[in-house]
Design a protein around this ligand. Structure first.
Ligand SMILES: *Cc1c(COP(=O)(O)O)cnc(C)c1O
Length: 220
């Protein structure tokens, strides 16, 4: 399948289903592939290397919404702070603090999501449920309001077990609801649930994802 036909396929599917948005994960892709997707109407793109994203953003259309989707080191925030639309995977107070400081330097606020770790794999980043509850109850996050917390992000295990994936997405949604009810009930822009990739996006949508992150099935 070509990049264009895949973009149109996802856009059509999402239109049928409702309000979820497609983040086309263009990591490892050259500008030409991104331009092809752009010319098919795609505007949200996700990258996971800060300097590479900085270069791509400088040379591609300015109405692209750039999402940073992977683990972000604090010393790399500066490269993307002027323009990034959403940082998906905040997993520490020090990262939140750095995002706040870099946002301030750029006279803006930067939207971000808290990453929760629900998958069984050891290597994935993110807060456990217990850590995330502690992180919130500690209240230190509120000192960094320019890092604007808009929701939650997670990844399910890389498994063929559909039931397990469903349970893990349920956990993410339960945590979103917990945060909304206990900390962000007055904050209308606390509204995003980023979950679902090429192999499990349909399950993610059925569980309430508002952003899906699709790479390989578009670009390869
Ligand atoms: C690479 C990546 C994706 C896209 O995964 P695919 O399986 O290629 O669709 C989504 N989210 C994150 C955090 C990624 O690193």
């Amino acid at each position: 399948m070509s990049i264009s036909s895949q973009i149109l396929h996802y856009q059509n599917e999402l239109k049928k289903i409702g309000s979820a948005k497609l983040v086309a994960v263009s990591k490892y892709q050259p500008n030409a592939a991104i331009e092809t997707a752009y010319n098919s109407g795609q505007r949200l793109f996700g990258e996971n290397k800060a300097q590479e994203l900085q270069q791509k953003a400088a040379s591609l259309p300015t109405d692209i919404e750039w999402h940073f989707i992977g683990h972000l080191q604090t010393n790399k925030v500066k490269y993307i702070a002027p323009f990034v639309k959403l940082i998906h995977a905040v997993d520490s107070l020090s990262l939140l603090k750095t995002i706040h400081k870099e946002a301030e330097k750029n006279n803006r606020s930067i939207d971000c999501l808290l990453q929760i770790h629900v998958a069984k794999e050891e290597t994935k980043f993110g807060f456990s449920e217990v850590e995330l509850r502690e992180f919130m109850s500690d209240n230190a996050y509120s000192e960094y309001p320019l890092a604007n917390i808009c929701g939650i992000m997670g990844m399910a295990s890389n498994t063929a077990d559909k039931h397990q994936i469903e349970q893990e997405f349920d956990e993410i949604v339960r945590m979103f609801n917990y945060l909304k009810a206990n900390y962000f009930s007055e904050k209308s822009d606390f509204s995003e649930i980023s979950m679902g990739m090429s192999n499990d996006w349909e399950i993610a949508i059925s569980k309430g994802a508002t952003l899906i992150r699709i790479g390989s099935s578009i670009f390869s």
